[in-house]
Design a protein around this ligand. Structure first.
Ligand SMILES: Nc1ncnc2c1ncn2[C@@H]1O[C@H](COP(=O)(O)OP(=O)(O)OP(=O)(O)O)[C@@H](O)[C@H]1O
Length: 506
């Protein structure tokens, strides 16, 4: 049954969740040194399968052959001992510890002894692979891109034979993606096998040697990505809904959101101060803000949403009212909705059910009276969001953490759109969302825009920003570049602005 040149073989792997057959007799073989893409729409069963390989989930039936030996992977620490490393979509780092302390936590005593000076080894590996990580920094001060690089470093330090990456590029800029691919190709040529989950099909065709496609928990196809186009792979995954659309540009006269001379000191030594930001946004307009992670995106999101207050009330004006000193809840009452970058923990409370999560931001919409929650209404509204946005889940009582990443993102966006905001601030709207659902989200953003809302989209995906934005700008070191019409600029120019070139022109 086994062939020894395979690093990993899965035979008839099956996993049933209540009401959902997440993996249905899956067969998969990974050769040593190959980069293998695992593709499929949201909820297809990709994360379940890789959690089985990483020992986080026990399959109901089927067998696993590692390095020619049939075995059971009992736990993540067992997986790591075998040489299996995983970088999750949701990072698993402790924010109040440094990079070195975080990496140290997953080492066994013998690994510690073998490595010796851990901080030195981190510096060395970080240098070799161009990851640019300072071992002494605290994780809370790192951008999403940097956090992901710490996770990759953590696996590299353990000398993995199989590296599993779940949506690794979703928080990276094009330049960071290129350098990640250099690292991955180097690792693969050193004999490390890489299992790569991604919804970004251009990247799959550029990087991966083989691809396996899942649908509804089954393997439904396989291909050599280099022989395919992103469109042909998309059709294999989700059918014709994948075909990309283009959108007309619109805008109106009324200004829904204005930011005036907004400067904000960095709240900690590693955060980014915002410097003299000025922009205004009309109803019926989408402003795309590009930038390399860590250049002020998190800070701008926090100050626009009201999680942080601006120094003066009139530095942020919503529909003519100064709101800079109002908190999130008050801004929501005035018509703002907000989707933060991190889904679990920030966008949704993981252990709370979907209807409780809906209530968290929709409470003002007649769902409470005299302090009593009208649970029937909350349930009905949650079911509407689930239906309208085709969120795959058991029902409205499912805890947020039981949803696949893309489905949770669809739910959070749907919940916020249900508020019918006139100012919508949204980070990474299609992070981890499959191509069919991404198009559905784009359509909804366009429709909201056409109903007169002003929308700010902060994203590191330039293709996305060029597809949907009416105007576009880049953040660099807390400075905002000029805002230009998307048709009048190019990815090249915005790429240069992302590196701060606009400051030299001023
Ligand atoms: N702990 C759980 N309890 C109940 N159902 C679950 C649980 N984990 C996953 N599921 C369900 O199993 C199915 C497969 O989910 P999985 O996370 O594997 O999909 P995926 O292909 O990784 O999707 P995505 O691209 O959105 O991350 C989904 O319908 C999901 O809701």
């Amino acid at each position: 049954m086994t062939t020894h040149h395979y690093q990993l073989e899965l035979w008839d792997i099956t996993k049933q969740y209540p009401g959902c057959l997440a993996n249905n007799k899956i067969n998969l073989k990974l050769e040593r040194g190959e980069i293998h893409a695992l593709l499929g729409e949201n909820g297809a069963g990709k994360s379940t399968l890789v959690k089985i390989i990483y020992g986080l989930v026990t399959p109901d039936s089927g067998s696993i052959v590692w390095d020619g030996q049939e075995l059971q992977i009992r736990s993540p620490s067992h997986a790591r001992e075998l040489g299996i490393g995983m970088v999750f979509q949701h990072f698993s780092l402790f924010e109040t510890l440094t990079v070195t302390e975080n990496i140290d936590l997953c080492l066994t005593p013998s690994m510690r002894e073998q490595i010796g000076d851990l901080a030195g080894r981190i510096r060395e590996l970080s240098g070799n692979y161009g990851l640019n990580i300072d071992p002494d920094r605290y994780v809370f001060s790192l951008s999403m891109g940097e956090r992901q690089r710490v996770e990759i470093l953590r696996c590299l330090i353990q000398q993995v034979k199989l590296l599993i990456l779940d949506e690794p590029t979703s928080v990276l800029t094009p330049q960071e993606v290129d350098s990640l691919f250099v690292v991955l190709r180097q690792l693969a040529s050193d004999g490390c096998t890489i299992l790569f989950i991604s919804h970004k099909l251009k990247e799959v065709t550029a990087l991966c040697h083989k691809a396996t496609i899942l649908r509804g928990g089954r393997v439904t196809g396989a291909c050599v990505p280099a022989n395919e186009t992103p469109e042909s792979i998309a059709r294999m995954m989700v059918g014709d809904s994948a075909i990309a659309e283009t959108y007309e540009r619109r805008s109106s006269k009324k200004i829904n959101l204005a930011v005036k001379d907004l400067s904000l000191p960095a709240p900690n030594p590693f955060a980014c101060a915002l410097k003299q930001l000025n922009f205004s946004l009309r109803g019926g307009e989408i402003l795309g803000i590009a930038g390399v992670a860590g250049n002020g995106q998190e800070e701008l999101l926090s100050v626009l949403s009201g999680e942080w207050l601006s120094p003066h009330s009139d530095q942020i004006i919503m529909n003519g009212k100064p709101v800079g000193r109002l908190k999130v809840g008050n801004r929501r009452q005035l018509g703002m909705a907000y989707v933060p970058a991190e889904r679990l923990g920030h966008g949704a409370a993981p252990k709370m059910s979907l209807r409780e999560n809906l209530l968290l931001t929709n409470a003002t919409l007649g769902l409470k009276r005299w302090g009593w929650v009208k649970w029937n209404k909350v349930s009905a509204r949650t079911r509407d969001v689930i239906e309208q946005h085709q969120v795959k889940c058991h029902n409205e009582h499912a805890p947020a953490h039981s949803l696949s990443g893309g489905n949770l993102q669809k739910f959070i966006i749907g919940r916020e759109l249900a508020l019918e905001p006139n100012v919508f601030v949204c980070a990474h709207p299609t992070w981890g969302v499959d191509i069919g659902a991404a198009n559905a989200i784009y359509r909804e953003l366009m429709e909201l825009r056409d109903r007169g809302a002003a929308i700010v989209v902060i994203s590191e995906d330039l293709d996305e920003l060029f597809l949907i934005s009416d105007r576009i700008a880049a953040l660099f070191d807390g400075h905002l570049s000029p805002l230009v019409k998307t048709q009048e600029t190019s990815t090249n120019q915005i790429g240069q602005w992302m590196a701060g070139q606009f400051l030299e022109q001023e």
